[in-house]
Design a protein around this ligand. Structure first.
Ligand code: GDP
Ligand code: IMO
Ligand code: MG
Length: 428
């Protein structure tokens, strides 16, 4: 039985939450492997909406064990408020497990994330301000705080003190802020220790054993390929690896155990925060996509930037992640256009690029070369079989499939769990 990875192929918010929830009905474990509460994943079941930041979307499915892998960074306050919220709505989060090696987001990293953005002014990245970047930087700098440190008070205090020795200098001298008291930070972290303790596991042993027993494990990415620290539009990216390789490093499961890599792709494109976006529409059409697609961030409420589908990006994501399947979402939002442009290549200062340009400077200059596809006007939200879609909608899906070089195995025609056309099973 398989290890299945679900990743975003664009700049996030493709509908990974819905895809994970839906696949979760056929799996035993759903593991989040990267990111933190910068993510916002929406699941709609019987008209009821759930928004997750830290909890894996599989938490809503009975029988699924949700796991937070070592690659995730955890804001403990957010974690427990999310657990309380879904518990108060009658859902069960008691099976949640957390890797002992995951890092926690100390409150000073939230302060530093926001202070750095303000300091950068017009050069800011547009982060979510949740302390994600500074916490991953601490991990790489080897001054991070891990979940397991909550169980050794003297080590924890020592680590917080040595991190703040450096950071208080930055806060007071450069950012002109007040210094942060290390013992107050340590006390706050320690206050969560006994609630966290029963959830803590060796994530790698747990998941490898599950796979040995023939169980199905779904690896759920936060963010997306173009926000990947290595493969995205650096520096306008997040600080983790949301691409398929991150599923291995972020959980302790080897690549030979992954059978499928499913890329979630919106029928058009959106992006939140700063950075290049060749197909962005800064006009009424962009406004229309935003309004009809409800394109406002789940985490920060920011309006998402909107544009046409960029097949160069999808093809790139197919390569970087080794995609076996695509799930296309929000096809219903494209209903009602006479023609729908799809970007098939870029013009970079007079030179045609069919693949991603080599350098960021070139990507910043990339102008989309569009192919015009005929649109459809019929309401497709009730369609459940591919053959029942209007012919032009079928052609749109097939053309993107062809341009990406990966089959589109499922198509979303609405936000609800049931509003999906399945063409190929994703977990066999
Ligand atoms: P994620 O971060 O990738 O999980 O995506 P988000 O939840 O941030 O954003 C996706 C939005 O699209 C959510 O509001 C979903 O409920 C919604 N959604 C997902 N799939 C579909 C679809 O096929 N059609 C429509 N109309 N909405 C969808
Ligand atoms: P999901 O999982 C969309 C963006 C931020 C910013 C950049 C860096 O819902 O798809 P960070 O706080 O991570 O340091 O911000 O990354 N970003 C997202 N954009 N969806 C997300 O998650 C995102 N997570 C981070 O807007 O541009
Ligand atoms: Mg989101």
């Amino acid at each position: 039985m398989p290890g299945v990875v679900v990743v975003g192929t664009q700049w996030g918010d493709e509908g990974k939450g819905k895809a994970t929830d839906q696949l979760g009905q056929n799996v035993d474990y759903v593991v989040k492997f990267n990111g933190g509460n910068n993510a916002g994943h929406t699941v709609v079941i019987d008209g009821e909406k759930f928004a997750f930041h830290l909890l894996p979307a599989g938490v809503l499915t009975e029988g699924v064990t949700p796991v937070i892998g070592n690659g995730v960074v955890i804001d403990l306050e957010v974690l427990f408020s999310e657990i309380e919220e879904i518990t108060s709505r009658g859902k069960d989060a008691s099976k949640l497990l957390i890797s002992a090696n995951a890092h926690v987001i100390p409150s000073y990293n939230r302060v530093l994330d926001q202070a750095t953005e303000r300091f950068l002014g017009s050069r800011q990245l547009g982060t979510t301000g949740r302390g994600i970047g500074p916490t991953y930087a601490d991990k790489m700098n080897r001054i991070g705080i891990r979940v397991q440190d909550l169980f050794d008070e003297s080590i924890l205090r020592q680590k917080v003190h040595s991190a703040l020795d450096q950071k208080n200098g930055l806060l007071t001298k450069i950012f002109k802020r007040d210094a942060i008291d290390p013992d107050a930070v340590a006390d706050e972290l320690l206050s969560y220790a006994e609630r966290v303790r029963p959830m803590v596991v060796d994530c790698s042993t747990l998941l490898n054993k599950a796979l040995d027993e023939g169980k199905t494990v779904l690896f759920e990415a936060g963010q997306a390929t173009m926000l990947d620290i290595d493969h995205g539009t650096y520096p306008f990216v997040t600080s983790s690896n949301p691409t398929a390789g991150g599923a291995c490093t972020g959980t302790g499961v080897g690549p030979t155990r992954i059978n499928r890599v499913v890329g979630v792709v919106k029928a058009y494109t959106t992006r939140v925060g700063e950075g290049p976006f060749p197909t962005e529409l800064n006009d009424e059409m962009g406004e229309r996509l935003r309004a009809e697609g409800g394109e406002y961030g789940v985490t920060t409420g920011r309006a998402r930037r909107c544009g046409w589908h960029d097949a160069v990006v999808t093809r790139y994501a197919a390569r970087v992640n080794g995609l076996t399947d695509l799930v296309m979402t929000k096809l219903d939002v494209l209903t009602g256009h006479d023609t729908i442009p799809v970007c098939v290549a870029y013009d970079v200062d007079g030179v045609r690029w069919d693949e991603m340009p080599l350098t960021q400077s070139d990507f910043h200059h990339a102008k989309p070369i569009y192919e015009q596809l005929p649109g459809w006007s019929e309401d497709i939200t009730g369609v459940r079989k591919f053959e029942d879609l209007p012919l032009n909608a079928q052609r749109y899906v097939e053309r993107i499939e062809q341009l990406a070089g990966v089959r589109i195995s499922a198509i979303g025609v609405g936000a609800g769990r049931e509003a999906t056309i399945t063409r190929h099973s994703l977990v066999d």
